[in-house]
Design a protein around this ligand. Structure first.
Ligand code: ADP
Length: 625
């Protein structure tokens, strides 16, 4: 069919006729000949005489002309119109290779279908004799191309196979400081590479000779001896006939980049250091991806490993303490809506169950067009601060109370006691001497007066005792089990009288003030008997439980109970819920208990149900010895 060159030639002329601009295209591009063929065959078919001659053949060369096998794919790309131009190498009649800049054009039949192609060839340069040197090749290269290479900012250097410089562009002059005439024809390894890196450079050149390109970062040397980092790409240079002619290296000076990177690294490191020192957890949420980034410190605050954190908002929410989750979310949503949020407090719960207090701030980051693209914020662990605040507040309160109390106690012991004694002794005197002389209505008044002054004196004594409580205290290891059995023995009369029953559980040894602790148990136990339900026999349970904060002791009874409204008041001095007729007492027992527990840095409270009983709890937490 169409193999016949004559038919092809006819078709070619037909195309010339039907596509008038084709002629101009050929004239402009086909300086060294033409190839014409059928697309369906994808192969070279008919070559013009000029092309045959360029490859050292006469017209009979049509059958002999061969494309370098490595360039077949380039030809296919041309025919598929993926490219319009390629450098194709053809075998010359003398066996060497010749390179052509070949442009491609497709030609349509009468129906408008692409059926043929046309290649217009222009030989790239005359490579001269097959073993021309790199130097000769560079010289043969058009000046214009050298100008182009000079315009490039990078250094472009070509070396021959003996590693002598054969090409040195303006960029190389600028970067290395050597002028072309200083280095041309000379070896440059020792000029451009620091002595320590010579063997590495040799290695790279060896690899190049083996056909392996090398790209990477390399420290190079300027004329003034200064070393600088460069991005280097090295490739082997082939003669069009395939022989190795040398190497070309393109280097980019990246010292600025290095410095910026180093500065960036330093500021990043100092930020991380500052964050660590200040305990500053930093987070950042990329809205487009939903990815939540944490710094190292934040991971350590939340006590979670980087690999177990899912890096999204939900994963964070899951770590927030349940009761605070809604509040924390609300604040987070405010940032999402564009507000800055400062000094928000919430709690988190770590895997070990520890609850931590977090102080947080956050703000949105906007793009130029005002869109919010990122949220960023900080978390600080303020748990210790809060604990400290708490203890400081307690210490302050205690100091205040103590001051007031000692003033009051001084007043009570001296200023009150004296006149009281006088009243009391005169009342007694009155009773002794004049009671019979008084009329019947005056007698009870005098008796009442005597009783009242006696009661008042008892109160003042109690107050003084309260003030003195713990004054000579001495810390030791106290066996609370032994202590409780001593107390029960001391209360034997009441216990027997009211048939009180006891259930004594675990009671540990603790560090504390023995005398005061004895009084504490005694007050609580005797109250438990005193405030019994008349309808039941007292049943009293005493035990302690170890907790995270130390031992929690409890004294539970089945007595009359305490109304909710009074459950805090009863610990205040002289606070009672009943009159003397109902239950005797001065309302000071629990105030004593509270002070004793305070001396132990503990806490005392009651849980009670009216008519069912009361349980008094207290913590003994610290090592006081
Ligand atoms: P007092 O026992 O001298 O009245 P307290 O300070 O010991 O003083 O107790 C204060 C008040 O607390 C009591 O008057 C009583 O109303 C109430 N209370 C104390 N312990 C109990 C208890 N175990 N059950 C019911 N009420 C109690």
């Amino acid at each position: 069919m169409s193999h016949d060159p004559h038919t092809l030639k006819e078709q070619f002329f037909q195309s010339l006729y039907s596509e008038p601009d084709l002629f101009d295209w050929i004239e402009a591009n086909a300086t060294d000949g033409l190839t014409f063929g059928r697309l369906a065959k994808s192969r070279l078919s008919w070559h013009s005489l000029a092309f045959c001659q360029a490859l050292g053949y006469d017209a009979a060369g049509n059958g002999a002309i061969a494309l370098h096998p490595e360039d077949e794919s380039l030809l296919r790309e041309l025919l598929a119109q993926q490219q319009t131009e390629a450098i194709l190498r053809f075998r010359h009649g003398d066996g060497s290779l010749r390179a052509f800049g070949s442009k491609c054009r497709l030609i349509a039949d009468a129906q408008g279908e692409w059926t043929h192609y046309l290649l217009a060839h222009a030989q790239i340069c005359d490579p001269g004799p097959p073993h021309a040197s790199l130097e000769a090749m560079v010289d043969a290269y058009p000046l214009f191309f050298r100008h182009i290479l000079d315009a490039v900012g990078q250094s472009v250097i070509a070396l021959d196979t003996d590693h002598n410089v054969q090409f040195w562009n303006r960029g190389a002059e600028n970067i290395f400081g050597w002028r072309a005439d200083e280095v041309m024809g000379k070896p440059l390894r020792s000029r451009l590479v620091a002595a320590e890196a010579h063997s590495h450079a040799d290695q790279i050149l060896d690899d190049l000779a083996q056909g392996h390109d090398w790209n990477g970062e390399f420290w190079l040397k300027r004329k003034n001896g200064e070393l600088f980092p460069a991005l280097v790409g090295n490739r082997i240079l082939h003669h069009p006939n395939g022989a190795v002619m040398g190497y070309v290296g393109v280097s980019t000076d990246i010292s600025d980049l290095h410095q910026t990177q180093a500065a960036l690294q330093i500021s990043k490191q100092s930020l991380e250091l500052a964050a660590r020192t200040a305990g500053l957890g930093i987070w950042q949420l990329e809205l487009a991806t939903g990815r939540l980034e944490w710094n190292e410190e934040l991971f350590s605050i939340y006590e979670i490993g980087q690999e177990e954190f899912a890096q999204n908002t939900e994963a964070w929410q899951a770590l927030v303490y349940e009761e605070d989750r809604e509040k924390a979310n609300q604040e987070f949503n405010r940032i999402l809506e564009g507000e800055s949020v400062d000094n928000v407090r919430f709690r988190i719960k770590t895997r070990s169950g520890k609850v931590k207090h977090i102080l947080a701030s956050g703000a949105p980051l906007r793009a130029k067009d005002g869109r919010i693209v990122k949220l960023i914020g900080i978390n600080i662990d303020i748990t210790r601060l809060i604990d400290l605040e708490h203890t400081e507040e307690m210490a302050r309160q205690l100091a205040n109370q103590n001051r007031e109390l000692s003033q009051f106690a001084r007043l009570a012991s001296h200023d009150l006691q004296e006149p009281l004694r006088t009243i009391h002794s005169y009342t007694q005197l009155l009773q002794r001497r004049y009671l019979d002389q008084m009329d019947a209505s005056a007698q009870p008044i005098l008796t009442f007066l005597a009783e009242a002054s006696e009661h008042l004196m008892a109160l003042v004594r109690a107050l003084i005792n309260y003030y003195r409580l713990g004054g000579g205290r001495q810390a030791s290891v106290v066996d609370t089990a032994a202590l409780v059995s001593e107390v029960l023995a001391a209360l034997e009369v009441q216990v027997k009288q009211h048939e009180a029953q006891f259930e004594i559980g675990f009671l540990p040894k603790v560090s504390g003030y023995e005398v005061e602790l004895r009084q504490l148990f005694q007050n609580l136990i005797s109250n438990a008997i005193k405030f019994r339900d008349p309808a039941k026999k007292p049943y009293i349970r005493i035990h302690a439980e170890p907790t995270e904060r130390g031992y929690r002791f409890s004294v539970a009874d089945n007595g009359i109970g305490i109304p909710k409204a009074y459950q805090e008041k009863i610990f205040q001095i002289f606070q009672r819920l009943h009159n003397q007729e109902q239950y005797q007492g001065q309302g000071i027992g629990l105030a004593f208990c509270k002070k004793i527990v305070d001396l132990h840095y503990g806490e005392l409270w009651v849980d009670s149900q009216l008519g069912e009983g009361s349980t008094f709890y207290f913590f003994l937490t610290r090592d006081l010895t």
